[in-house]
Design a protein around this ligand. Structure first.
Ligand code: KG4
Ligand code: ZN
Length: 364
């Protein structure tokens, strides 16, 4: 039995797909709170250890939900729905969030909303006041604004293109409407985030290496070392060849000078980052040409990369795109993106039964 509320739509959303435990509260599509607890325990292992991630979610979830509720100023009896990341992700991690969400929805007798993590990354661009538009966009204000935003925030107009770049996925998506998304290109092997993290590992940097490559690249010369751009047909990507090229390059250089990495870290990072960015943006340009779409977004953890953000903007200015990037805190994993997606699902009456199960893999 579900209680439907006639007042504002207040959603409690949980994200626990990987190594961040997050809870967000939204009211009518406006984010009131977004609490994120990271898991430092994985650093020493050079990657996320699934079992440790599940245990950390178990420890974090109650305090994180509590903090999100307090910050929002809402009370449990005001909530209209509970949302959670259903897939894809680490199954043990997903189970913690999904079981918590189901229990809460059941005890409060309110609807449960299952959210796809990759759809949520894309829709982070629809969080009112959070997506940072390019300079030209403010005047040209998009006709679509999130419900309850007051209409002031420019958001991308449908259909828009989104390059979603995370630790597990790399996709080009046409977003026809919040609930109708079409994947038109994706990676055949490693994701862009993995290309960053695996390159960082080869350089002896701790996990996650993406933000560290970003940091060192700021001081480096991206033209110093040249890495190959794979020739993959259509709008698909491949990053495994790049990783191998970097491995051989480093082996060769270290044979000549064991301190090669330490002496050239900034230039190596800038060159690797530059190549990953050009692979991503060349495919995005192709997608924009082929679809004729002029509103372009980026999303996912790698969209926090300062080099990608700057090159995306520059490319957009040259090619007459309106460019949108989620605010920094909505790029990497967060529950606010689950809340905004759940908001649109709530409006469409797209609820899930309590029997819904979390799933490590999911097509969409
Ligand atoms: O979206 P996300 O937080 O989690 C997944 O859904 O996978 O993405 C995590 C990925 C990691 O590979 C991480 O290294 C990368 O995003 N990342 C970055 C930066 N910040 C996070 N990569 C490059 N530069 C950054 N500043
Ligand atoms: Zn993610």
């Amino acid at each position: 039995m579900q209680k439907m509320n006639e007042g504002p739509v207040i959603i409690l959303a949980i994200e626990s797909s990987c190594d961040e435990t997050s809870c967000s509260i939204s009211r009518d599509g406006v984010i009131l709170s977004n609490i994120i607890a990271g898991q430092a325990v994985h650093e020493q292992y050079g990657g996320v250890v699934p079992e440790l991630a599940s245990r950390a979610h178990m420890q974090n979830i109650v305090p994180v939900v509590d903090a999100a509720m307090k910050k929002s100023g809402c009370t449990m009896d005001q909530l209209t729905a509970i949302a959670f990341t259903q897939s894809p992700g680490l199954i043990g991690s997903l189970l913690v969030g999904s079981q918590f969400a189901k229990s809460l929805a059941m005890s409060l007798k309110i609807p449960l909303i299952a959210v796809h993590h990759m759809q949520a990354h894309v829709l982070a661009n629809l969080i009112a006041g959070a997506a940072a538009p390019s300079a030209g966009s403010v005047a040209a204000a998009g006709s679509i604004v999130a419900a309850g935003s007051g209409g002031e925030a420019p958001l991308p107009s449908f259909p828009f293109l989104c390059l979603t770049v995370s630790g597990g996925h790399t996709q080009i998506v046409v977003c026809h409407s919040p609930l109708k998304l079409e994947v038109i290109g994706e990676t055949l092997d490693d994701a862009a985030g993995e290309a960053f993290d695996k390159s960082a590992k080869l350089l002896g940097l701790p996990y996650p290496g993406g933000p560290l490559i970003d940091k060192y690249a700021k001081e480096g010369n991206a033209g110093r070392f040249s890495f190959p751009e794979p020739q993959i047909p259509g709008l698909n990507f491949s990053f495994s060849g790049l990783k191998t090229a970097i491995l051989y390059f480093l082996q060769e250089q270290k044979a000549k000078d064991p301190e090669f990495v330490q002496k050239n870290l900034a230039d190596i990072c800038a060159s690797i980052q530059g190549r990953i960015i050009s692979i991503l943006l060349n495919k995005l340009k192709k997608a924009a040409r082929e679809t004729g779409i002029k509103d372009l977004c980026i999303a996912g953890g790698v969209s926090a990369n300062s080099g990608l953000r700057a090159s995306f903007r520059e490319t957009g200015e040259k090619l007459g795109w309106r460019t949108f990037i989620p605010a920094f805190q909505y790029c990497t994993d967060n529950a606010a993106m689950i809340a905004i997606t759940a908001h649109f699902k709530y409006l469409a009456g797209d609820f899930s039964p309590l029997t819904v199960s979390a799933s490590a893999r999911a097509e969409w």
